[in-house]
Design a protein around this ligand. Structure first.
Ligand code: ZN
Length: 310
């Protein structure tokens, strides 16, 4: 069994409009844009990262905004909800704020004893804010959102699956412990995690598979401390029969990927080197940063990207 997973590292989704996506995550939700770069495989498309002050693993929501991309169709075999942690007692603030800003899909309920505010992002992204009693992570604060209310990072994610057994087995192998079941939702928790510690599995045997598009999660990444731990995790997964990619340098972390039996693309990402490797913490996310192989084409790439508000 693997003992080095520390919770989520980041969640990467797709969007149809970079400016709209940037405004939603920085203004409406009050996250910090910690990196403005481009897709490694298609430098005509941004890769935007939003998180806390430093882009701490477990806080980082990232997007590929493909201009005019079709909206995805929700279904099974995907991350069905990305959940952010907010302080207990702040749910009413957020409900008022999201209603005032015209955010869609707003609904409140209680899951595993915690207040939850569900809503949709600009492309129908399934998002939720979940109240937590004891989340000690220091939040980034933005205009109109005090530290008493600000998002702390992810609390976790919900997976919509055709069947849950194979993913439950995988999570167990990754070090997650099965916790409560509430209705058709079973919760898994990683001990000693970074705060983004829960994965909820939902079995939806009658639901068709999702079709990915704007608003869909592309992949979900789990955190390991460093490259040595990552190689150990890679070996353990491969010894168990998973097809895992070689280690890929993503500039701000190293990544390996594998497809789960339930259809979700998992990544294991390192906490090193972090988002301050090529710019000061005070100015994270301001300048366009390019993977080194695209630097010779900076003028052309920059001219093709829409400008984003700071
Ligand atoms: Zn990733």
């Amino acid at each position: 069994m693997i003992k080095d997973i520390k919770g989520l590292h980041h969640v990467t989704s797709m969007a149809s409009n970079a400016q709209q996506n940037n405004a939603f995550f920085t203004d409406t939700l009050g996250l910090r844009r910690v990196k403005k770069t481009v897709n490694f495989d298609d430098p005509s498309v941004y890769h935007l990262y939003y998180g806390d002050e430093q882009g701490t693993p477990g806080t980082v929501m990232t997007y590929f905004p493909f201009p005019h991309m079709m909206t995805g169709r929700p279904g099974v075999g995907e991350v069905g909800e990305t959940q952010f942690s907010i302080p207990k007692g702040s749910l009413a603030f957020w409900k008022d704020r999201l209603i005032a800003q015209g955010v869609g899909g707003i609904a409140t309920d209680t899951v595993f004893g915690a207040g939850r505010l569900r809503f949709t992002g600009p492309d129908g992204d399934a998002l939720a804010l979940v109240e937590a009693n004891d989340d000690a992570r220091t939040p980034w604060t933005a205009e109109g959102i005090s530290a008493d209310n600000a998002i702390r990072g992810f609390s976790g994610a919900r997976f919509n699956l055709h069947e849950t057994a194979s993913t439950a087995e995988l999570l167990g192998f990754m070090g997650y412990e099965r916790a409560e079941t509430e209705g058709d939702v079973t919760r898994f928790i990683i001990p000693g995690g970074n705060g983004a510690d829960t994965i909820d599995l939902v079995a939806l045997p009658q639901t068709p598979f999702a079709r990915q598009g704007a608003g869909s999660v592309h992949h979900i990444a789990f955190a390991v401390e460093n490259r040595e731990k990552q190689l150990e995790v890679r070996k353990a997964l491969m010894d168990t029969g998973y097809q895992v990619t070689p280690v890929i340098d993503r500039d701000y972390f190293w990544a390996i990927y594998f497809r789960t039996p339930g259809g979700i693309l998992f990544e294991i990402a390192t906490n090193e080197p972090g988002f301050d490797r090529d710019e000061d913490t005070a100015h994270l996310g301001e300048a366009l940063k390019l993977p080194s192989r695209y630097e010779p084409f900076r003028n052309k790439i920059e001219a093709g990207l829409v400008p984003l508000a700071a």
